[in-house]
Design a protein around this ligand. Sequence first.
Ligand SMILES: [Fe+2]
Ligand SMILES: [Fe+2]
Length: 300
Amino acid sequence: MAVKLAHFSDIHLTARPLGWRARDAFNKRTAGWVNVQVLGRGKRFEHANDVTAALRAEFASRAFDQLVFSGDATALGFPSEMREAAARLGVTDPTQPPGIAVPGNHDLYLKRSVRDRLFEESFAPWQHGQRVRADAYPFARKVGHVWLIALNSAKPNFLFWDASGRVGAAQLQRLRELCATLDAGPRIVVSHYPLLMENHQPEPRWHRLRDWRAARDTAADCGVNLWLHGHRHRWYVLPRAANLPFSTICTGSSTQTKRWGYHDYTIDGHHLKGVRRVYDLPSGAFVDDDVFEFDLQHKV
Ligand SMILES: [Fe+2]
Ligand SMILES: [Fe+2]
């Protein structure tokens, strides 16, 4: 039996009012910077709510077994945005397929977001799976014959220009332990950050997964066959290479104007067929765009 997944990412929804509070500890300069970010972002994501509604129509009509969300639900990680994004995605809608979700760096913008587990709370129905400890990540969920492994690669950053991520040694150790408990079947990591860019090189320092080598090597040791991610807003598929022991797929931003799209994967045994569906502004619906396929292998 083939498994069908919907992979989407970086929807960057916001809410009005945001709910600024003094305890957010933003000074004027920060607020100004944030405003520029929000305003700049506002234009690029002006159709994001409509695109998200069209995405839900896809969830309802294309017989997916599982929805896969690789993070950046919000613009600034505010509780109001988190609730809004979860509601617009229908995470509690019992008529939708089940989901699996990891946070992006924008969802962990504020230290408070991490401390209060804002993402995990709003996306609680998409956080079910097997864990080795009480920690939220990683967790694994079997869908048909396929293992999906949610790995958190995002972290809060103090410097405003810092959009880097880190999985961390402790979580990688838990990943090893978790993988040792999983039975047969292709293993697919779901994480926010890429390991490598389109040219098989790491991202620039302030945008990259800082411990991408350790994450890559641990995933390879765990027999991972595929790494699904977002963070970069343009989509690309990376084949295996000398510095990449398994394929990776970036679905890009699902809601950013003109880059909008998501992936429909059919996994039959170890064969993956991907259909890229893109948003069509005049009709307000997704249409077929590209197709790709390959076998899910990993280094032997
Ligand atoms: Fe993003
Ligand atoms: Fe991101």
